[in-house]
Design a protein around this ligand. Structure first.
Ligand code: KG4
Ligand code: ZN
Length: 360
């Protein structure tokens, strides 16, 4: 009978967690021991998806089905462990593309069942937030976190590993979404963020952009005005038959999109009186953001802990990192676990304790 609860020792100092991620176009598996990364494997269908200008869910699901067994096998092998040594299997159950998520969830359930090990359901965004813990043995809440991914942009006060207060969030588009949409307008290929960054390196931030700080008020953001300003600028130039420097537009957009994130994150950290700032999500792979945030934190006397670029974009080590947090709480899933396409940010940040208090 499947009963991992009976055999699990949550007091284990450094449990070995296998993380599995398949919410979008990356099939990923990683093994961590405590916060140390033992292996990290990713197979991406991004180059296939690029031909279609974005992620085609059916192609992603098929690619996951083709890749998942070998990606997990490689992760276990490269970690230098046997399957029996795994203490828990953590998997992204949402949010993301339903068909894509189901591949990871089904595989993780089968593996956990076969090994009689606990199954841990990980919220993808909580994974992005936990990425800062990877290879950072001393990082401890409280801290202020910038979350900037393709679907979410928010500033959070992490009071503990599981308690978050939303200080501000985007009122419309997420930062990553704005990068992707502006990339399309500039004729840059999918994925938009890294291509804007590359293009921006060749240009100057000389095109006037709307002042983002006045956008949402407080710690909120608004990205749709910035996106529209870029679209209008390009279309007006095209209609007049005037040339414009794509690289200058990319650099100007990048500055406007990033500066507001940096400024508000540091402001929030000062207001909350925390000593540390962390960040997570695909946009945090952006070098201009990383350097600006580092400079602003240094100026404000704040410690900055950033995940390596590889652990900002989708990966499985971050899923294992959040799995470790949940493992210590003994927050295990059972074999009825299924995938969830969308999870609101507030629900994402709910703690096990608060869900239990509500009787869920
Ligand atoms: O966190 P992530 O990999 O997936 C989600 O959970 O959404 O974030 C993907 C987003 C995309 O919008 C992508 O364009 C953006 O992160 N991104 C970047 C960079 N790398 C990825 N944005 C700006 N600069 C980058 N280097
Ligand atoms: Zn992500």
């Amino acid at each position: 009978m499947y009963d991992p609860f009976a055999v699990t020792d949550r007091k284990k100092e450094e449990p070995i967690i296998l993380g599995i991620e398949s919410s979008c176009d990356e099939t990923a598996a990683a093994v961590i021991k405590g916060r140390k990364i033992l292996s990290d494997e990713i197979a991406s269908s991004a180059t296939v998806q690029a031909q279609f200008g974005g992620v085609v869910p059916e192609i992603a699901s098929r690619a996951h089905t083709d890749e998942i067994a070998s990606v997990v096998e490689r992760a276990v092998k490269n970690a230098g462990i046997s399957y029996e040594e795994i203490d828990a299997v953590a998997v992204t159950y949402g949010a993301g593309l339903l068909g894509a998520l189901l591949v990871g969830v089904s595989f993780a359930k089968a593996l956990a069942y076969a090994l009689n090990k606990p199954l841990i359901a990980v919220n993808h965004i909580r994974g992005h937030l936990a990425a800062a813990y990877l290879d950072s043995p001393t990082l401890k809440p409280p801290f202020v976190t910038l979350l900037a991914s393709g679907g979410h942009t928010a500033i959070l006060h992490a009071k503990s590993e599981t308690e978050f207060e939303i200080l501000g969030a985007t009122l419309d588009d997420a930062a990553g979404e704005a990068f992707d949409k502006v990339a399309r307008v500039l004729g840059l290929r999918y994925p938009g963020g890294p291509n804007i960054e590359r293009c921006a390196k060749e240009g100057k931030a000389s095109v006037p952009m709307p002042k983002m700080l006045k956008g949402g008020g407080g710690y909120n953001f608004s990205y749709s005005g910035l996106k529209t300003a870029v679209i209008n600028y390009c279309h007006t130039k095209e209609q007049k038959g005037e040339e414009y420097e794509k690289a200058d537009v990319a650099a100007s957009f990048q500055c406007a999109a990033v500066d507001v994130l940096v400024e508000k994150t540091v402001e929030a950290a000062k207001e909350k009186g925390v000593a540390t700032v962390t960040a997570g999500g695909g946009v945090v792979a952006n070098t201009y953001l990383r350097e600006s945030l580092a400079a602003a934190c240094k100026k404000a006397g704040l410690q900055l802990v950033l995940p390596q670029k590889r652990y900002c974009t989708d990966n499985a080590a971050m899923i294992a990192a959040e799995g470790l947090v949940q493992y210590r709480l003994r927050n295990f899933a059972d074999m009825t676990l299924t995938a969830k396409a969308s999870i609101p940010l507030a629900a994402t940040l709910e703690t096990v304790q608060s869900r239990r208090a509500k009787g869920e």
